[in-house]
Design a protein around this ligand. Structure first.
Ligand SMILES: C[S@@+](CC[C@H](N)C(=O)[O-])C[C@H]1O[C@@H](n2cnc3c(N)ncnc32)[C@H](O)[C@@H]1O
Length: 196
């Protein structure tokens, strides 16, 4: 693993024990993100950078047929595995920019994680390839870009990049995707697109 990824892994391993206690869930925003991401009964979901699994229960509550959570941090994943032992849920300890992701999936969701990927275009190309035709790829944050930037102000260099403007992010989606959601306001950020 390259040194930058080692630093990112170590950073989130360190935060893992306190992660859930520090997590704020903007419920209405999460519901909109899941609606726009196409999460409905029967779908297969890949959650990229799932952390301790903050959205896994939401996917299950919406009747997802299967949920795969992928994360680089063993300590985050250990907590997710303990919290969600359901048979339709599985977790992959992997680098989503380089490692196999399984699939294809109906919904590929990146929630509150995109700035931690150093190669955004590469990531979107790989995630796009993991989406079924007709499925949705979503990159979302449950806060504004400005709030996120303030939140990341003290994060060590290389662990977090600036979140692009939504319009700029949309241009990075693979060519066989059509943008269906483009939101960047005071309470949330989401770019979602459907694979043709
Ligand atoms: C800010 S946390 C968000 C976790 C979760 N989505 C949430 O909202 O609580 C970002 C997560 O992305 C994971 N991550 C960072 N780089 C990754 C990579 N290359 N592949 C997979 N996961 C990664 C981190 O380990 C961390 O758990």
């Amino acid at each position: 693993m390259d040194p930058q990824k080692q630093r990112i892994r170590a950073f989130f391993d360190r935060l893992a024990p306190e992660w859930d206690a520090g997590t704020v869930r903007p419920e209405a925003v999460i519901a909109r993100i899941l609606d726009n991401g196409g999460v409905r009964p029967g779908v297969s979901v890949l959650d990229v950078g799932c952390g301790t699994g903050v959205l896994i229960g939401d996917y299950l509550a919406r009747g997802a047929a299967s949920v795969t959570g992928v994360d680089l941090s063993p300590e985050m994943l250990r907590r997710a595995e303990a919290a969600y032992p359901q048979p339709q849920v599985r977790f992959l300890l992997a680098d989503a920019e380089t490692d196999p992701l399984g699939g294809p999936y109906d919904c590929v969701m990146v929630y509150n994680a995109f700035p931690h990927f150093p190669h955004p275009a590469l990531l979107l190309a790989r995630l796009g390839a993991a989406v079924k035709p007709g499925g949705i790829l979503s990159v979302a944050h449950g806060m504004s870009r400005a709030t996120l930037a303030a939140h990341h102000a003290n994060v060590p260099a290389g662990v977090s990049l600036e979140l692009p403007e939504a319009e700029a992010l949309a241009t990075l989606f693979p060519a066989d995707f059509t943008v269906t959601t483009l939101i960047s306001d005071e309470e949330m950020y989401q770019v979602a697109a459907r694979r043709t």
